[in-house]
Structures are given as C-alpha cells and as structure tokens.
Write a protein that binds this ligand. Structure first.
Ligand code: SF4
Ligand code: SF4
Length: 112
C-alpha cells in the first residue's frame, strides 16, 4: 500500500464515526440493539405446528425434530440468517435481541 493511500485512509477513519458500538454504555449499562438485530433464537413451542419447514430451509443443520413432534435448535451452529423465522407459517421462531451466548455448557446452546 502506498504511503499516500495509507494517510488518506487514516484521516478518513479519524473523521468518521466508528461503525461499532460500545459493549457497555459509559454508565455501565448494556447497549440496546437495533430493532432488526438477529440475536439468539426465540422459539414458541406452543405456536409450532410441527410442519418441519424450518428444518428444510436451515442451511446449517441447526434444527432437529423432538419426540413431541416439535423442533429443537442447536445454536452453536447457527449463522443467524433468519431463514427459519421467515418460512415459519405460525411465527413460532424469531431472532431475539440476546447476543450474549458464549458459554462453557453445551446445554445452554440448545433452544427448545
Ligand atoms: S437462523 Fe439460519 S442458521 Fe440459524 S437456525 Fe435459522 S435458518 Fe438455521
Ligand atoms: S416452521 Fe415453524 S411451525 Fe413449522 S416446525 Fe418449524 S417452528 Fe414449527
């Protein structure tokens, strides 16, 4: 990279607002996420009719059937594409605002 280009990019970065947001506000509170944020899956088991369309559409193999003819999500493999939520005929799936999903317990990554 040429020096001129580097200086131009550095100046541009200094003059623009950051594209990221602080994890916590200066007051130590959690930042609010945008309305359309795609966070941890929220599943409404009561609304689910067991049609399995979500399983067919998921590109990552996250969703499996359960003995009750409902579904279960292993979100450790989820790419948060929202295809499952879009195709669900009963709005039983939505991508919530929770982004703190790091855990040492595998069971915490199962949504059912
Ligand atoms: S958000 Fe995408 S990757 Fe995650 S469960 Fe739904 S379809 Fe699969
Ligand atoms: S698409 Fe919706 S209704 Fe159908 S199995 Fe999946 S969650 Fe249930």
């Amino acid at each position: 990279m040429k020096l001129g280009n580097m200086l131009r990019d550095a100046l541009r970065a200094l003059l623009h607002k950051p594209v990221t947001v602080r994890y916590l506000t200066r007051a130590g509170e959690m930042v609010s996420v945008p309305e359309r944020y795609r966070g941890k899956i929220v599943y409404d088991k009561e609304a689910c009719i067991g049609c399995l369309l979500c399983i067919r559409t998921c590109p990552s193999g996250v969703i499996t059937t359960t003995e009750e003819k409902k579904v279960s999500f292993n979100i450790s493999r989820c790419v948060f594409c929202a295809q499952c939520a879009e195709i669900c005929p009963t709005d039983a799936i939505r991508l919530g605002s929770d982004f703190e999903i790091v855990t040492s317990e595998k069971e915490d990554l199962i949504v059912q």
